[in-house]
Design a protein around this ligand. Structure first.
Ligand SMILES: Cc1cc2nc3c(=O)[nH]c(=O)nc-3n(C[C@H](O)[C@H](O)[C@H](O)COP(=O)(O)O)c2cc1C
Length: 146
């Protein structure tokens, strides 16, 4: 089982009906490919968690990263994991306005850390990214209760 997490910058058109249509199509596809995960959109940033079989995750991300509706897509986590964080959720979605204050801060920390890592990879930032990601994902653990 693989988990891939990426950050990207959404194009302004990614809201309203366009977003609704994207989520419906993505959930349909993810269900068929046994992919689960989460998409968070805060300000112009997207953070998506994709989990499933290695080939399914790879194939899905290859399509997603080419999508014109966002840009600057870069991976901040990609590793083997023992299980799913979002079982039963083909693609959970959280808009910025639905996030708690702590989650908004964690996301800002992640974006800042990703910028530093892209600029000059340092172990301290890799470690910090791990901590920030764990904190953010833990805060969504209620989603995993079926
Ligand atoms: C931020 C974002 C997240 C997306 N997440 C998914 C996803 O989880 N699963 C999926 O199938 N498509 C997702 N898409 C849509 C894909 O990029 C793509 O448009 C869709 O899979 C259809 O691809 P196709 O036209 O090549 O069949 C996402 C797009 C964006 C912009």
């Amino acid at each position: 089982m693989k988990r891939l997490i990426y950050l990207s910058k959404a194009r302004p058109s990614l809201h309203g009906d366009a977003l609704y249509d994207l989520l419906a199509a993505a959930r349909d596809h993810n269900r068929r490919a046994a992919i689960t995960g989460l998409l968070i959109q805060q300000d112009q940033f997207c953070l998506q968690v994709i989990e499933g079989d290695e080939a399914a995750v790879r194939g899905s991300f290859a399509r997603i990263r080419r999508d014109w509706r966002h840009e600057n897509c870069h991976v901040i986590f990609h590793d083997d994991v023992p299980g799913r964080l979002f079982p039963g959720w083909p693609l959970a979605y959280r808009a910025g306005r639905d996030l708690e204050r702590g989650q908004v801060r964690q996301l800002a920390d992640i974006v800042e850390c990703a910028t530093r890592l892209a600029d000059k990879p340092a172990d301290s930032d890799r470690w910090a990214m791990d901590v920030y990601l764990r904190a953010l994902l833990d805060s969504f653990s209620a989603l995993t209760v079926q």
